[in-house]
Write a new protein. Structure first.
Length: 456
């Protein structure tokens, strides 16, 4: 793709297949043949310096000097091209070469997205290693999730120029997604912030001259009635656990029917892939990670990111303690959470089911909720069955993060001191802990009933 400068004749910027941007000088020789000479890469010189060098070449060309044969006397064109391929030290650069980032072209959103994807290979390489540090693992997973959100939600923005994307346009997109696609306010804000992060990255690396999305404000909870922070009552918790038990039974029934089905026999006879995952009996294990993950969220109050990044080396069933490392926590501090009897039984079954009861030291790096690779956790999102579980339990207007609110409110209603609750939640400020405390409907009713005696 070629961008022609409107001020200086012959100067243009060419984007190579690798994604690099180069200043080039285009002219016609005596035989009217189009020639192209590279001046320098866009991150090596400024636009002003490239225009000055193009003006010098224009003057030489007008004076009858063959610039294609005068390479050795001037630090331009082919000479510069050869020098840049030799990985010269900064001290050997010509004086007019200054390491500045070029800012001046209005790319399309699709072009910015393609360059933003160039950060993926290093992330994928880190994900394939079993000894990946937690911060790098978290960064790689977040970047992969960001790409997925942008590609899945902002296809209508891809044909637009970056200068055409405004705060008003993003807000209209968010409100339309809430009304037409029944998307929650939190999901809209998360998607928009991911898109804004990509545009801001393009500004920081010099692909666009300015960033115009500073004034965007996230949509509020009131933008959609009925959605807000809340906690589950004791009756709702019982219905949720009953829905989990029902899901376990239904999954096993489907598994047994599949084992006896004609489809499985046909696929085995013809060498086609089949499901060979063994499902433990009821009471000895779980069909998948959903039951243990929800139980751990209810009994520890951990955030979703901390649950996903948790490894078996951080779980001590003997001492009945779980350590959520600071790298995966929002505050950056490690959180020590005790294990009660119910959670001890759940984690013991889950650990035995994953066949690491007597694991060597290297297997202690296994995550609690792995995908196909035991060293890699599942994606940073709620289980796909979360909405169906809430529907079966007859629970409405409830988010995954509200499990953390339920943990805090239940302990507070049981007269647990606020400093103790702050330590269990891992908050740096006790005011943050107070935001997680909610009065139940029973408590509100009891408080209002006291007015009958007061007004009597």
């Amino acid at each position: 793709m070629t961008h022609i400068d409107s001020r200086q004749e012959g100067l243009c910027v060419i984007r190579e297949k690798s994604g690099s941007l180069n200043y080039c000088y285009v002219y016609f020789d005596e035989r009217k043949i189009r020639r192209q000479l590279q001046i320098a890469t866009c991150d090596a010189v400024t636009l002003k310096e490239a225009r000055a060098k193009a003006a010098e070449l224009t003057e030489d060309l007008a004076a009858g000097i063959d610039i294609s044969t005068n390479m050795g006397n001037t630090p331009t064109c082919g000479a510069v091209e050869g020098n840049m391929d030799d990985e010269r030290r900064p001290g050997n650069r010509p004086r007019w070469m200054k390491p500045q980032v070029f800012k001046g072209f209005d790319f399309r959103v699709s072009e910015i997205f393609e360059r933003f994807k160039m950060k993926v290979p290093k992330s994928q390489e880190r994900l394939s290693k079993s000894d990946t540090p937690l911060p790098e693992l978290r960064s790689a997973l977040n970047h992969r999730l960001t790409l997925k959100m942008i590609a899945g939600n902002f296809q209508d923005f891809f044909p637009l120029r970056v200068s055409e994307v405004t705060c008003y346009l993003l807000r209209c997109w968010g409100e339309d997604a809430i009304q037409t696609r029944n998307v929650s306010v939190q999901t809209v804000n998360r998607n928009v912030n991911a898109f804004r992060g990509m545009i801001h990255w393009a500004y920081r690396v010099g692909l666009i001259p300015e960033y115009k999305l500073h004034g965007y404000e996230n949509l509020k909870e009131s933008a959609r009635s009925g959605i807000g922070r809340r906690c589950l009552s004791n009756e709702e918790i019982k219905r949720l656990m009953s829905a989990l038990d029902k899901r376990e039974a239904d999954k096993r029934d489907k598994r047994e029917n599949y084992e006896k089905s004609y489809t499985r026999k046909y696929r085995l006879q013809n060498g086609l892939p089949v499901i060979d995952k063994d499902c433990p009996p009821i009471g000895e294990g779980y069909f998948d990670f959903v039951y243990p993950m929800i139980s751990l969220a209810l009994h520890t109050g951990a955030r979703k990111g901390s649950l996903i990044g948790l490894k078996w080396r951080d779980v001590d069933l003997g001492k009945r303690v779980i350590v959520f490392q600071g790298e995966m926590s929002k505050s950056g501090n490690a959180i020590v959470s005790p294990i009660n009897s119910f959670l001890l039984e759940v984690l013991s079954k889950w650990k035995m089911q994953n066949e690491i009861s007597d694991a060597p030291r290297d297997l202690e790096k296994y995550v609690l909720y792995p995908c196909q690779d035991p060293y890699q956790p599942i994606s940073n999102s709620a289980p796909t069955c979360w909405s169906s579980l809430l529907e079966d339990a007859e629970i409405s207007n409830f988010r995954w993060h509200d499990l953390r609110h339920t943990f805090a409110s239940t302990l507070a209603n049981s007269n647990v001191p606020l400093p103790t609750l702050q330590a269990l939640m891992g908050h740096a400020n006790i005011r943050t802990t107070s935001l997680y405390l909610h009065a139940t409907d029973e408590q509100k009713k009891s408080a209002v009933d006291l007015l009958e005696q007061a007004y009597a």
